[in-house]
Design a binder for this molecule. Sequence first.
Ligand SMILES: Cc1cc2nc3c(=O)[nH]c(=O)nc-3n(C[C@H](O)[C@H](O)[C@H](O)COP(=O)(O)O)c2cc1C
Length: 237
Amino acid sequence: MKVTVFNGSPRGKRSNSHHIVEPLLEGAKEAGAETEEVFLIEKDIKHCLGCFTCWEKTPGKCAIKDDMEELIELFLESDYVGLATPVYGMLMTAVLKNFTDRFLPLSMPHIERSKDGGFYHEGRVRHMPRQFFIANAGFPGEHNFDLLRPYIGMQNMVLEIYRDCGEALQPEEDDDPALFDKIEKFRAALTTAGREMVANGEISKETVEKIHMPLMNDEEYMAQANEYWDEQIEKTD
Ligand SMILES: Cc1cc2nc3c(=O)[nH]c(=O)nc-3n(C[C@H](O)[C@H](O)[C@H](O)COP(=O)(O)O)c2cc1C
């Protein structure tokens, strides 16, 4: 069993996204899976050209020669694939969107009508990995996920994580000990989720609830963030 996460944060290994992915993959590993986190920012991934070569001239194969060929291979050989992103302008990062646009070779060109009345392209490959999604937002509260939720919700994911107060995920030494305690519990819930995904093929409601536990009070988070930025701006004056 292989579990792969494609991390779409431009911060790569320093990202808050990584601090969500890491404990989750630890759990998957404990349950016996081979795991990998790919930092997309480190890869050579050009923009989709919209040329449709992958539908017309070389069905299933992209015209662009870059790292996508090996990344699609890795995607297809995985049993579970996670897509991780910080919220940028209420959506996913351009890094992750660029990556997902390049999956066009895995679709057939014909337009089909779905049961709910919408339209879609049939998949080209028989076996697709099950997917999960991880978003973290710099703001407190839920409204930052209002655009991502319906889009991701259409995709029948095994797990969807919407983590607000994302900048609290890497606390400083002088932060409130209560925050460290909450983050430890949050990480433990992620590890459980990774374990459950591999062992049971699903994540319990209880674990999903724990993953979405509040990390900080909104006002407290806002005050702390604003104080941080005041200090940074003062230093540059
Ligand atoms: C260009 C840009 C746009 C952002 N837009 C939003 C946003 O719409 N909503 C939000 O809650 N946070 C926003 N943020 C903050 C990030 O989501 C937040 O810093 C996050 O924790 C970064 O995660 P990462 O370390 O995994 O990249 C934005 C940050 C940047 C740099």
